[in-house]
Design a protein around this ligand. Structure first.
Ligand code: GLU
Length: 474
């Protein structure tokens, strides 16, 4: 029998928080204030669909307003419930503080299966849900800024932004009421893949720290590492694609709702994704072995396990059998508190969710700033940078002409290209992921009582939230 008991998602997050707080010296009562969820709004509304009225239940939970606006996605899933939304809102608070995105934490959810509805029906439902939240200040550029999450995408965000604009016709900053929008509705380049890109940067930075890599019982760089991916949604797909195409990782298994695909030589992520989009699952994919028991594949032999879907997939039921030495948490809350304890005892290393999947909210932050400044990043400086670079190149060419030297053609092209929005977004994201990892790792190594990266992440984050509260006089 395990010595720990399984808890719900909310309790799991709270227990992880408390494990870190026990190592900190906070003023009495402050830890409690930080931990509790400020408010959760539940709405039930009706929409006339297919000749009858259907009633939906939705939530928007605000965990902490130590900074405003509060930030966090809106999820569409049948599993949405108050406990889940509150846990996810709490994770947003800690995540934003950890990566220095100037937001409090929030999360929303609508209890429905989006696959059961046509596009125009989803638009009707989304606009109605948004209306309920907007009229209560739960969607607002200065107060509460949602984004995509599981079951939602740029499409839903565009509907929300339009709904807000209709209800606030003179708000100049209306577009900043939601992030993750399509580019033509005020979105930012690189937001769709941002969470997956962030997972890649997180992995790259980890492998720049040989001491940390050794703690996982691994060696060398990312190249050639064997990865098991769970969930090929937006996050899992982009993370797997970048890790395999750019870092030389081998995706040896992809676990989906209808089983797993396994190929030790490495799966073609693009081809698998296409198959899933066309067929609704991995079953029947011709290029690999299909295992109907996906849960067993999750426990398989690999270097990196990348859970990128639901919370709680690594739990007391399988933690003892997980073989991966390194777990890269691309999803929110994939490991329960009990499983985390077991994995730590078994010497497994976890790169925690609040860091590993922070790429999404980081680029959301850039999008929000872009919307408030009403100008695309790079628009003013790009050509000016290019003309300064051209000056330098021309002078170099003049000086080297007598000596018979020639600049390499690709150097010239690369040096002469000014920074566009995508380059700047990637630079900002990479810098965020790298500096955040370094901060966590520093806390992990400088204190004997900090045994893991998750506790280190909580300590960095809680310290910042505590400072924000104390400067407010609390
Ligand atoms: N839903 C994403 C997350 O869990 C993004 C949140 C955001 O961009 O506000 O981090």
């Amino acid at each position: 029998m395990p010595s720990v008991i399984e808890t719900g998602f909310r309790d799991s997050v709270d227990l992880m928080f408390q494990r870190a707080v026990a190592l900190m010296d906070l003023p009495p009562g402050l830890a409690h204030k930080i931990r509790v969820c400020n408010s959760t709004y539940t709405v039930r509304f009706g929409v006339r669909l297919r000749g009858r009225i259907e009633t939906f239940t939705g939530y928007r939970s605000v965990h902490s307003e130590h900074m405003e606006p509060v930030k966090g996605g809106i999820r569409y899933s049948l599993d949405v419930n108050q406990d889940e939304v509150e846990a996810l809102a709490a994770l947003m608070t800690y995540k934003c503080a950890l990566v220095e995105a100037p937001f409090g934490g929030s999360k929303g959810g609508l209890c429905l299966d989006p696959r059961q509805y046509e596009e125009h029906e989803l638009e009707q439902i989304t606009r109605r849900f948004a209306y309920e939240l907007i009229k209560r200040g739960l969607i607002h550029p200065a107060q509460n800024v949602p984004a995509p999450d599981m079951g939602t995408s740029a499409r839903e965000m565009a509907w929300i932004a339009d709904q807000y604009a209709r209800m606030n016709t003179t708000d100049l900053n209306a577009r900043a009421c939601v992030t993750g929008k399509p580019i033509h509705s005020g979105g930012i380049v690189g937001r769709v893949e941002a969470t997956g890109r962030g997972v890649q940067y997180a992995a790259q930075e980890f492998f720049r720290h040989p001491k940390d890599v050794a703690k996982a019982g691994l060696s060398g760089g990312l190249g050639g590492k064997r990865v098991i991916v769970q969930g090929l949604g937006n996050v899992g797909y982009h993370a797997a694609k970048f890790l395999s195409e750019e870092d030389g990782c081998r995706i040896i298994a992809i676990v989906e709702h209808d089983g797993a695909l396994v190929d030790d030589r490495g799966l073609d992520v693009e081809a698998v994704k296409r198959w899933i989009v066309e067929h609704g699952g991995v079953t029947g994919y011709p290029g690999a072995t299909h295992h109907p028991d996906g849960a067993a594949v999750l426990e398989g032999d690999c270097d990196i396990l990348l859970p990128a879907a639901m919370e709680g997939v690594i739990n007391l039921g399988n933690a003892e059998r997980i073989r991966a030495p390194l777990i890269l948490e691309a999803a929110n809350g994939p490991t329960t508190f009990g499983a985390d304890e077991i994995l730590r005892k078994r010497g497994r290393l976890i790169i925690p969710d609040m860091f590993a999947n922070a790429g999404g909210v980081t680029v959301s932050y850039f999008e929000w700033v872009k919307n408030l400044s009403h100008i695309r990043f790079g628009r003013m400086e790009r050509r000016a940078e290019e003309s300064r670079a051209r000056l330098l190149v021309e002078e170099l060419e003049r000086l080297s002409a007598d000596r018979g030297w020639k600049l390499a053609a690709d150097f010239k092209d690369r040096f002469l290209t000014g920074n566009d929005e995508l380059t700047l977004v990637r630079s900002g994201l990479e810098d965020t992921m790298r500096t955040t990892y370094q901060k966590m790792s520093e806390v992990w190594h400088s204190r004997d009582d900090v045994e893991d990266l998750r506790t280190a992440a909580y300590i960095v984050s809680i310290r910042r939230i505590a400072d924000a509260y104390s400067s407010k006089g609390l």
